[in-house]
Design a binder for this molecule. Structure first.
Ligand code: FAD
Length: 451
């Protein structure tokens, strides 16, 4: 049996690992377009900030592939022949398969402006791109960054850390609006300013200007010109679908797969950022461009490719990051403004790296509780008597308890007053409930409960 995996990222590698655990003798080939072993894409922000050397983001060593007897082929797949069950690489090589997984991920949406191909237009997307971006940042003096999500914020922070005077442009007047409410946005704004980044609200780029092939300014829609030598683009990501374009594989915004990660073509699976996965609860196909989701989808695909019937069960969307010195953990349904859930956020261009559609595609009226203690905040999102989401900024002591409480779907009606009260009563009640759930899961049902 030959398993072929296109994509050497979180989804592809976790699928390979799972296949090997279930089929000790099958041949497993991983094709990756980049000349590296698997690396951590979230780690790229820290590479840009010079906090870690680029070699440190390698998540697997070459010996790991050898030990698991995985053949890693560096090359780009350009064609997929679903009838002949084989793929063609850019160098002309043909590789056949019995079972195929497509795990090609997503890439940054290119700048949709005149001047987008000038030198100095940069993205935080791949390892090679980030290394190039860092060397350009060392020579750059002034940058303009656009985009409403986490990538644009990471770009701004990274450029500022390289002593580039950075202007951050936002079309509207809210920071990371898919996740933050106005109060949280205010906290972030203070941090951004303290890092020397200048925020321009209600500002939209219309053109990137250059001289001799290099960026030297941007023009805004109001006619204003900002001089700069770098333009950072973080306006969302798009699934890499070129290879499946002339095939019978069904796609919408990404490759459509069922709960078993199967496409509509037998023996072909898809997982990770390039897959749009059927969710039986909402009866919709969802995008999740999160690292933990890619790992879990890869594992489910790997199991099913080896003959199991294992549905992918979606965990709660979870993201932990460090932005401008603020520790932020978002989990479950964040829904900062349910009134806007069906508005402009609900398109793939606004799905930022490290984000999930589930954060804002369920237009329900939730109640919420907000607790603030200096720079530390906790926002709880409640659906009746159940906690369905939380955003923890600063002190992360409640991140794990909240994740467990949300994931285990326990009724929190008994501690609702403490949750609404915030501060130490909320903390004590959540920790007690968490300990109870953990103990119950460990088999000690007597201590379950929270009362
Ligand atoms: C800067 C940055 C910050 C992020 N921060 C977070 C975060 O805080 N939290 C979080 O959860 N997620 C974050 N993410 C997103 C997370 O990294 C992705 O969700 C995850 O990497 C998706 O895994 P994947 O395997 O689907 O795709 P990728 O990791 O993108 O892997 C795709 C693989 O396919 C290969 N490939 C593509 N096309 C071809 C082809 N034609 N032929 C051969 N190989 C091909 C690529 O070379 C690569 O090996 C971040 C991403 C970036 C870039």
């Amino acid at each position: 049996m030959r398993y072929l995996i296109i994509g050497n990222g979180a989804a592809g590698v976790s699928a390979a690992e799972t296949i090997r655990a279930n089929d000790p003798t099958g041949e497993i080939i991983i094709i990756g377009a980049e000349p590296y072993p698997m690396y951590s894409r979230p780690g790229l922000a820290y590479v840009l900030m010079n906090e870690v050397p680029w070699k440190q983001v390698m998540a697997r060593r070459p010996e790991w592939y050898q030990r698991l007897q995985l053949s890693l082929v560096h090359g780009r797949v350009t064609h997929l022949d679903t009838a002949g069950k084989r793929v063609k690489l850019k160098n002309g090589r043909l590789i056949s398969y019995d079972q195929l997984l497509i795990a090609t991920g997503a890439r940054a949406v290119p700048a949709p402006y005149p001047g987008a191909d000038l030198k100095g237009v940069v993205y935080l997307d791949t390892l090679d791109g980030t290394r190039e971006l860092r060397s350009q940042a060392k020579r750059g003096r002034k940058a303009v960054v656009i985009g409403g999500g986490i990538t644009a914020l990471e770009l701004s922070e990274g450029l500022a850390a390289n002593h580039v005077r950075t202007h951050y442009l936002l079309r509207r007047d809210r920071l990371w609006s898919a996740v933050f409410n106005d109060d949280e946005g205010q906290l972030l704004e203070e941090k951004i300013r303290s890092h020397g980044v200048k925020i321009h609200y209600h500002s939209e780029l219309s053109e990137i200007l250059g001289k001799r092939g290099k960026v030297n300014a941007v023009r805004l829609t109001n006619g204003e010109i900002i001089r700069c030598d770098l333009v950072g683009i973080g306006i969302g990501v798009r699934a890499q679908l070129e290879m499946v374009q002339n095939t019978p594989i069904k796609v919408d915004r990404a490759i459509l797969v069922d709960q078993f990660m199967r496409t509509n073509i037998p023996h072909i699976y898809a997982a990770g950022d390039c897959a749009q996965v059927y969710d039986p609860w909402s009866e919709t196909y969802n995008l999740d461009v999160l690292w933990p989701s890619a790992v879990a989808e890869g594992q489910a695909a790997g199991l099913n490719m080896t003959g199991h019937e294992h549905p992918y069960t979606k965990g709660i969307p979870f993201n932990a990051c460090l932005l401008f010195g603020m520790h932020i953990t978002a989990m479950g349904q964040i829904n900062p403004r349910s009134d806007e859930a069906d508005g402009e956020l609900n398109v793939v261009q606004h799905l930022s790296r490290g984000s999930s559609e589930l954060w804002y595609t369920y237009p329900r009226q939730y109640s919420s509780a907000w607790s603030k203690d200096g720079v530390n905040t906790v926002r709880l999102v409640l659906d009746g008597d159940f906690l369905v989401g939380a955003l923890v900024i600063g002190d992360q002591a409640l991140a794990d308890p909240l994740r467990t409480v949300i994931q285990s779907r326990v009724n929190v009606s008994e501690i609702l007053p403490q949750l609404k009260q915030g501060g130490s009563p909320m903390k004590a009640a959540l920790e007690k409930l968490w300990i109870g759930i953990e103990a119950a899961e460990a088999g000690d049902n007597h201590s379950f409960g929270g009362s």
